[in-house]
Design a protein around this ligand. Structure first.
Ligand code: 0PR
Length: 373
């Protein structure tokens, strides 16, 4: 086929997808990255950090991104980190390394991301998911369950509600003999700025004594394109999982994946240069202002908002959320739901403007009335 034919054919497929700039995807932790970021993604498409010796420039970029992630997580510059394919790989890697260190059971909550369950199954580590209290880890339930050798996985920015588990309190319980991993895949690029903006004083990173490792994803609120997850750690977890790979330049492979798509590492760094600390703070402020606006407007329209958002994730109560999701999809809205809380869940990313919020609430009001939801 000639180029034009190929492009036309692909355009047909492309047009069937939803796109972030259309302002109709309200349930995903992603947004369209700035053009300069996308350009750098394509520029580095050949690099493969799975064989970093051939790509010293890209390897340096990875160290720069990790440095920024360590700043967000209050880590020291001599801590360790890798840009991986996403939060799932970051969580699996942390739990794999913890298992190699001799820890033997995972305690987390029902609201932890499903990647923790995947990791437990894959690594054959027994897993206990404790019922949450008001959407977060129940500290009493945890303290009666916790024993030496446990891995505790807490979430800073839970997937369903965007809440922060009691990390500082749990750290005190973890003083002896357990491994504390924090999944800040979403919240890692949010909480530091919420603190500066006076929305919270909670800590989630290495300024909490017993936090050993943190998942923090550039491809969520870092505004980088997929696939760019992050794992940072106090100790060299990557050494723990390394295997010999004699034919590689470095002689070892210390990530879960072999070949690593690396354009997104360059792109994650371009996003850091584009936004800088102040730019990310501005994005977080806007998203948070709009989340609060959405709560206010939803309540004015008579909806129930059962959880006050701690970050830019809003939940709106409806009687039948399965039906609501179905109808909203046929009307061109991509939302997600929390069947457990009977809510539709809106992740207020930068493309979710006030105008989008108004249009969406109008639609929601109509279907609530027409279908008795
Ligand atoms: N940890 C937390 C707290 C998460 O919310 C997620 C993903 C992960 C880990 C896993 O990250 P990766 O998906 O990068 O491996 N949470 C998003 C969510 O469930 C994933 C997502 C993104 C789902 C876009 C749908 C979608 O359209 O909302």
């Amino acid at each position: 086929m000639d180029d034009e034919e190929i492009e036309n054919l692909l355009d047909g497929y492309y047009s069937r997808d939803m796109h972030y700039e259309e302002g109709r995807i309200l349930g995903s932790m992603y947004t369209k990255p700035p053009d300069v970021v996308l350009k750098s993604f394509f520029k580095f498409y050949q690099a493969n950090l799975g064989n970093a010796g051939l790509y010293p420039g890209t390897a340096e970029l990875e160290r720069e991104v990790v440095k920024f992630l360590l700043k967000l997580t209050s880590g020291s510059e001599d801590f360790y980190g890798r840009i991986v394919s996403g939060g799932t790989e970051a969580n699996i890697t942390a739990l794999w390394a913890a298992r190699e260190m001799g820890y033997s059971r995972i305690l987390t909550t029902e609201d932890a991301h499903f990647s923790v369950t995947k990791a437990a199954k894959l690594l054959k580590i027994p897993l206990k998911r404790l019922e949450v209290k008001n959407g977060i880890m129940d500290i009493d339930a945890l303290s009666s369950e916790l024993r030496r050798g446990d891995i505790v996985v807490l979430t800073a920015g839970t997937t369903p509600l965007g809440l922060i588990d009691p990390i500082e309190e749990v750290s005190k319980l973890c003083d002896e003999g357990c491994y504390l991993h924090v999944d800040a895949a979403f919240g890692g690029y949010v909480i530091p700025f919420l603190r500066e903006l006076g929305h919270t004083d909670k800590k989630f990173g290495f300024d909490v004594e017993n936090v050993m490792s943190v998942t923090i994803d550039p491809h969520k609120m870092g505004m980088a394109p997929y696939p760019a997850g992050g794992l940072v750690a106090r100790e060299n977890l990557f050494e723990r999982i390394a295997v010999d790979a004699p034919y590689l330049m470095g002689g070892k492979s210390d990530t879960l994946l072999g070949t690593r798509q690396s354009g997104s590492v360059a792109a994650a760094y371009a996003a850091i240069l584009h936004f800088r600390w102040e730019g990310y703070r501005k994005v977080v402020k806007e998203c948070m202002d709009r989340a609060e606006y959405m709560v206010k407007r939803a309540e004015e329209e008579g909806f129930d908002v059962p959880f006050k958002p701690e970050m830019n994730i809003v939940n709106i109560g409806l009687k039948d959320v399965r039906k609501a999701k179905e109808i909203l999809l046929t009307r061109g809205w991509g939302i997600s739901t929390n069947p457990k809380y009977s809510t539709v869940r809106i992740v207020v990313m930068p493309h979710v403007t006030r105008e989008v919020i108004e249009r969406f609430l109008e639609e929601l009001k109509n279907i609530k009335r027409d279908y008795g939801l």
